[in-house]
Design a protein around this ligand. Structure first.
Ligand SMILES: *Cc1c(COP(=O)(O)O)cnc(C)c1O
Length: 384
């Protein structure tokens, strides 16, 4: 790696097939390959002992006593969280407008009504003041997303949730390894969801984790992850052979869990590398004209550095300029009210309106070195 760093940019390995520096690249540690091979040669390839081991090791690292349930995707985890939070048809929730569609889509499965909260233009996280305006006696839950990996204002959100005696659900798909006031994301609120989709910090191909704080909910969580069947009693031969609630097919496989365990064992280095790249962007873009990094200012929280997002002038031109310099950029997520299935454009989101034509995501992944980031910053500082 050090040798690579010393080479001039035009000799650095290209990130993709002649694409220059791509926005994302999946990170699969070398140790995952023998681990997966071993599973493939064993009797358990579906949900088996590796899934349990992955859950246990994940809990030790991130949940502060909460129960981790491995599932087939982050979206599965969110759907389960919304059910376990007690949401039913006709209920109303407050949820961020700026996120992956996965945060919002499960409400359509459930007939739950959602009110979009605006962004905080400094972080692109949920705007706590707007949440305060929206919350009312009909609100049954608050959902937040740690955009890019920067934790939301959790103390304020928790205070609003407590005041109304409703659960807080964290979509922490971007935030594995982030901390808030010294505590890991995953240990804070009633429900926290993580995604192990291909380009997230830690990947199982597709997969996710739901962390449930209240352990009395775990038997139900485990049942509805698997058709509504009490699997442990079934395996012991003591299951009464009845299903009385709607369940899903949301479990993780041992193949995915073997990948997850391998990545978990290297997670500290992965996180440090990503945070190092982010810090290099902060340094490299200091004082640059026409561009302002999002989430660079973190006093009581640490950024998991999944995305490096900036607000830029003349975004179209900026993207085109980067592309001619073989640097990929993109928007990644879109305001969810652009989708007609989610109800279409809302007109009460002035902060989202003010940033929607300006935000841009820059490359940040495990194939990059600090040298790549410095190169990108130099290109940007030449102007577009
Ligand atoms: C990736 C992502 C999800 C969904 O995860 P999947 O594992 O793809 O289902 C949810 N929310 C956010 C913010 C995401 O980025």
């Amino acid at each position: 790696m050090d040798r690579v760093k010393e080479k001039p940019m035009n000799e650095l390995p290209l990130m993709g097939e002649g694409e220059g520096i791509v926005l994302f690249y999946p990170h699969v540690p070398a140790s995952a390959i023998p681990a997966v091979t071993e599973v493939l040669q064993s009797r358990w390839i579906g949900q088996g002992p590796r899934v349990t081991q992955f859950e246990n090791e994940f809990e030790e690292k991130f949940t502060g006593g909460g129960k981790a349930l491995a599932v087939g995707s982050g979206t599965d985890a969110l759907h389960l969280a919304y059910i376990l939070a007690g949401l039913k048809e006709g209920d109303e929730v407050i949820t961020p407008v700026f996120t992956c569609t996965a945060t919002t889509i499960p409400f359509l499965y459930m007939g739950v009504t959602f009110r979009f909260a605006d962004v905080d233009p400094l972080t692109l996280n949920i705007n706590v003041n707007h949440v305060r305006q929206l919350v009312n006696e009909k609100t049954k839950a608050i959902v937040c997303v740690h955009y890019g990996g920067l934790p939301c204002d959790m103390a304020e959100l928790q205070a609003i949730a407590d005041e109304h005696n409703i659960p807080l659900v964290e979509d922490a798909a971007h935030a594995l390894g982030a901390t808030y006031r010294g505590k890991p994301i995953g240990s804070l609120s009633d429900f926290t969801m993580f995604s192990f989709q291909a380009i997230k910090h830690l990947t199982t191909g597709d997969g996710g984790m739901l962390v449930v704080k209240d352990r009395s909910l775990v038997p139900k969580a485990e049942r509805i992850r698997w058709f509504g069947i009490d699997r442990s009693n079934k395996q012991k031969g003591t299951w009464e052979n009845d299903i009385w609630e709607v369940g899903y097919k949301y479990q993780m496989t041992d193949i995915g869990a073997a990948m997850g365990l391998a990545a978990l064992h290297e997670f500290d280095q992965t996180l440090a590398h990503r945070q190092g790249l982010f810090a290099e962007y902060v340094k490299g873009l200091k004082g640059a004209q026409g561009i302002q990094l999002i989430g660079a200012d973190t006093s009581d929280r640490t950024h998991a550095a999944w995305l490096c997002t900036a607000l830029v002038d003349d975004r179209e031109k900026f993207m085109h300029y980067l592309r001619t310099n073989k640097i990929e950029s993109g928007q990644v997520h879109y305001r969810n009210d652009r989708y007609s299935v989610l109800g279409g454009r809302r007109d009460d989101l002035p902060m989202m309106d003010s940033v929607e034509d300006r935000y841009i995501v820059l490359p940040l992944h495990m194939r990059m070195t600090a040298e790549h980031v410095r190169h990108i910053c130099e290109v940007i500082k030449r102007g577009w």
